[in-house]
Design a protein around this ligand. Structure first.
Ligand code: CIR
Length: 253
């Protein structure tokens, strides 16, 4: 179960955020309204939400998930592969230290963005992407093991982040898309394959029995409901334009 979440308000500079989506520029006011509803959804799932202010210096700073990994036992600050995002780390540290007295960190030779990390109980799957390298993943696994957790590296070649194409919904259920549909590391799970025309919904988030699903993907929504989950749709169009999924907008712990 999760009890808390940390989010950061989108900044106006999000219009120059990193993206390969080719979906046009986000509408800032609509993004703020969607972010507000996202926070409401987290609260509906029973979470106490810490809302951090916007930071104009970092266009992608609302995607807080990438700059830290928060586990049951420790917090680990990452070292993002994207140069423009590295300065976000010290800002999230200020918020995290209120909840985790001892904070671990990935040091400079390694790159990790936690959008590449999927938690399954006490095990952490770490995708090797353009943003997370072997050195970063090796450091991450070393830290996890020190805290009696475990980690493994996942080869990938097509997705931005591991969780762009993968979401663990507990009870052995896994949403998969694209290269993750047949990935050998995940054959033990009950895979729910997301169709290509709804790929964005492969990033959905389980919180305390409810699954947050991006709005506008009816087949994915139905498939998740068929598994017996309560669902809550959240409009995400403005964040999708920046390659940002539902999970990226919060740290849940
Ligand atoms: C980026 O490219 O870094 C941001 N525009 C989107 C980050 C999305 N984060 C995630 O998937 N965990």
């Amino acid at each position: 179960m999760f009890t808390r979440a940390i989010v950061r308000k989108p900044c106006l500079a999000m219009l120059s955020g990193l993206t390969e989506a080719n979906m046009g520029l986000p509408d800032y006011n609509l993004a703020c309204a969607q972010h507000h509803d996202y926070i409401r959804a987290l609260k509906e799932c029973g979470l106490q939400v810490t809302e951090l202010p916007a930071i104009e210096d970092y266009p992608d700073s609302c995607f807080v998930e990438d700059v830290a990994l928060l586990t049951r036992k420790c917090a680990i600050l990452t070292h993002p592969g994207a140069l423009s995002r590295r300065g976000e780390v010290s800002h999230i540290e200020d918020a995290i230290k209120l909840f985790y007295p001892n904070i671990e960190r990935i040091n400079l030779t390694g790159h990790v963005e936690a959008g590449d990390i999927m938690m399954v109980d006490d095990h952490f799957y770490i995708g090797l992407s353009a943003r997370t390298n072997v050195e970063g993943a090796t450091q991450m696994i070393r830290i996890l093991v020190k805290h009696n957790l475990s980690g493994s590296m996942v080869e990938m070649s097509e997705l931005l982040h591991l969780k762009t194409g993968l979401s663990y919904l507990e009870k052995n259920n896994l949403l998969t898309f694209g290269e993750m549909n047949t990935h050998p590391d995940f054959t033990q799970f009950n895979a729910i394959k997301i169709d290509k025309d709804e790929d964005y919904a492969a990033n959905s988030v389980w919180i305390n029995g409810t699954v947050l699903v991006p709005k506008g993907f009816p087949k994915a929504l139905h498939a998740i409901q068929q598994l017996g989950y309560k669902t809550r749709e959240v409009a995400m169009s403005e964040f999708q334009k920046l390659d940002g999924g539902l999970s990226c907008l919060s740290l849940r712990f």
